[in-house]
Design a protein around this ligand. Structure first.
Ligand SMILES: [Zn+2]
Length: 157
């Protein structure tokens, strides 16, 4: 981190403090050449690696945008979308990896979306898993039915 005054590349940390539950670290630095002080901010970013190799910060909004499209005309409200995005983020953070391939974000969406709305799930899965035939849908629907039956059973117990 270069000194903003003299552009010297070496500085000494005089104070560090965590902000936002440790998500962000602010450092007070002193330039080893001109001795002037400046602040740097380091943020731990959860990055999504796209198929092209480009990384971008994980964004709940992007998750919501993708899922909202699949939920068109379905009885899913904004609060439920927010909650889904939160679950997706928790799943991704739980992997303990700072860089997540974008397809894993898709995978993390499928579970909670299936619980939320079967039709929206099928729409999303058809795009995400690139369904190419009616049989793909049939198989997915069979799996969905089996999962729903399983959930119904556990509810009865
Ligand atoms: Zn300096």
């Amino acid at each position: 981190m270069r000194c903003p005054f003299c552009r010297h590349s070496d500085s000494r940390v005089v104070d560090s403090r965590e902000v936002d539950d440790g998500q962000v670290i602010r450092r007070r630095r002193s330039c080893s050449k001109c001795s002037r002080r400046f602040t740097t901010v380091e943020e731990a970013v959860l990055a999504v690696v796209k198929r092209s190799g480009v990384t971008e910060p994980f964004s709940r909004d992007k998750v919501i945008t993708g899922v909202r499209r699949a939920c068109q005309g379905r009885p899913v409200d904004e609060d439920q979308l927010q909650l889904l995005a939160q679950k997706v983020e928790e799943t991704i953070r739980a992997t303990g990896s700072a860089e997540i391939p974008s397809h894993e974000v898709g995978l993390a969406i499928l579970g909670p979306l299936r619980e939320l709305d079967g039709v929206a799930y099928l729409r999303f899965a058809s795009v995400y898993r690139a369904f190419s035939s009616v049989e793909d849908f049939e198989k997915e629907i069979a799996d969905l039915r089996a999962a729903m039956a399983g959930e119904a059973k556990t509810d009865d117990d």
